[in-house]
Design a protein around this ligand. Structure first.
Ligand SMILES: [Zn+2]
Length: 384
């Protein structure tokens, strides 16, 4: 079945998406939408409901003359959400220019929070923040004769280099004199050392041309130890560990190993951040951090917060003021405007949305950090 009004949808990797958006003609309105597509949203109905909520809120505040163009742009994004079945990453960014039938879409490796912006230029700040924040990782698969160098960025292999140096085979026992045996061994060792130096030189070029944040090595222990000793100071400073990968590993295995290493370090980082939050929050009412639903909702209503922490599995119902949007764990009337509050099955989505709209960043934490945060109500925030 074909649809004559079908949008021209262009899915792009982030750097290309940004480039494309910068080329859009100015002075025309664009609907920019960021949506959480992390596992708790995998259900399409939940995703569509969240999107419609976002669009409805937005539409109420539009200049009357914009409604038609806005509806067209919003329908293009809704059609995309309805038809698309495969999601990667944590968030989706979609940009629908008013005066065209095009739709530009990218999937983001991090949460950007739900957000809709209708403006005369695409809202790219969250995209830029993610690109700035995303680590570029280098990996070297190394043995005595081969070096395979890769950089990985945004979940894809970005660059690859291979170096092969023939090294004389290990000496078999035989008719050689002991002296010539040891000379031969030294020669072989020297060749492997040169091979390591060539790998280091290639890595240094990569680092200069496209700086990476972390370096992983993989290969037989002895060869990797030699390579590690040959690293220059800037490379050593980025060395993050060794990975278990065969020298002939294919792209999928390489990406999986790098992804797993990144997850481990991300979890560790989250745990440190949550520990810091809890320590600050224990400092009493003057502390810069608060914990628990009541304190976080109260803080969000009173003053700006810079960062919101949410345990990934947290589910909470609560109350919302239909008039001013005030959220509360339990209150019959709005503490701010006195309107009767209405119950909401999910308080977390609107909470995250309000925090993002007021300029906070949102960290949804998993693993050990999540368990720890759940002991404190699953929510925390830093005041600004
Ligand atoms: Zn209210």
């Amino acid at each position: 079945m074909t649809n004559q009004n079908a949008a021209t949808t262009v899915e792009l990797r982030l750097p290309e998406l940004l480039e494309r958006l910068q080329q859009l003609p100015r002075e025309q309105s664009v609907l920019s939408v960021y949506l959480d597509i992390s596992p708790r949203r995998l259900d399409r109905e939940a995703l569509l409901l969240a999107y419609r909520d976002l669009v409805r809120e937005m539409r109420d505040s539009l200049p009357a003359g914009d409604a038609l163009a806005f509806d067209g742009a919003a329908a293009r994004i809704e059609a995309y959400l309805t038809n698309r079945s495969e999601w990667r990453g944590q968030s989706l960014a979609a940009f629908a220019p008013a005066q065209s039938d095009a739709l530009y879409v990218g999937q983001l490796p991090r949460r950007a929070g739900d957000l809709a912006v209708w403006d005369t230029e695409p809202h790219t700040a969250p995209l830029l923040a993610i690109l700035d924040d995303e680590e570029r990782v280098a990996l070297v698969l190394f043995d005595s004769e081969h070096a395979r160098l890769f950089t990985v960025f945004l979940g894809e292999i970005e660059r690859r280099t291979e170096i092969t140096d023939r090294v004389p085979p290990r000496q078999k026992t035989g008719g050689w004199a002991a002296l010539s045996q040891s000379r031969f061994a030294r020669h072989r060792e020297e060749r492997i050392r040169q091979h390591a130096h060539r790998a280091v030189a290639a890595l240094t070029t990569m680092l200069r041309e496209q700086p990476f944040d972390r370096l992983f090595l993989a290969g037989p222990d002895e060869a990797v130890a030699l390579l590690r000793r040959s690293l220059t100071r800037p490379l050593r400073a980025r060395l993050a560990g060794t990975l278990r990968l065969p020298l002939t590993a294919g792209d999928a295995a390489i990406l999986a190993a790098v992804h797993e290493a990144a997850q481990v370090s991300e979890r560790k980082h989250e745990l440190e951040m949550v520990n810091e939050l809890i320590e600050e929050a224990s400092g009493g009412p003057e502390a810069d951090a608060v914990l628990g639903a009541d304190a976080v909702l109260e803080t969000l209503a009173q003053r700006p917060i810079s960062q919101l922490y949410v345990a990934a599995s947290l589910q909470r119902s609560g109350m919302e003021c239909p008039s001013c949007g005030r959220l509360a764990a339990a209150a019959a009337t709005c503490p701010d405007c006195g309107t009767a509050m209405v119950p909401r099955a999910d308080l977390i989505d609107p909470l995250i949305r309000q925090a993002v709209r007021r300029g906070a960043t949102v960290e949804v934490v998993s693993g050990e950090a999540e368990r720890l945060l759940l002991l404190h109500g699953g929510l925390g925030a830093w005041r600004r």
